[in-house]
Design a protein. Structure first.
Length: 133
């Protein structure tokens, strides 16, 4: 922080305030899993903002959101690879019968098996591929 990296400082202050607000809402301290879930929500929010800003041709805001995203991702564990995700989907499908009515259960199981490290969009894509053929 001595380098006066204002964007990093602002981003970390925002994340810390979100954590404190969540602690107030929960009336207690957050567990590590809850903090990781909050960081994943912040990451997803940045990704959604980037898409919206790109559609509106707001490249300056896209750049800022990308920089914030990189800062937040520094505090998240690395996401699992597509191959590892496929293996987890296969394991979940062996536990839960495959079918369109079990789509959400399979996706949820894969994310649980990965301890939240699997990207939900990637998991959904792989599960759809397994269901459709």
């Amino acid at each position: 922080m001595k380098a006066r990296d204002e964007l990093r400082l602002a981003t970390l202050r925002l994340v810390i305030s979100r954590i404190k607000n969540q602690e107030i809402e929960n009336k207690g301290s957050l567990t590590d899993k809850e903090v990781m879930a909050l960081l994943r929500r912040e990451r997803k929010q940045r990704l959604d903002s980037i898409d919206a800003y790109r559609k509106a041709n707001r490249e300056i805001l896209v750049t800022r959101e990308n920089e914030e995203l990189k800062i937040i991702e520094n505090y998240l564990p690395a996401a699992i690879s597509e191959d590892e995700c496929c293996k987890l989907v296969d394991k979940a499908v062996s536990e839960i019968p495959i079918g369109t009515n079990n789509f959400g259960k399979i996706v949820g199981r894969v994310i649980a098996l990965s301890n939240g490290q699997a990207d939900g969009a990637l998991v959904a894509k792989i599960v759809k591929e397994r269901i459709n053929g």
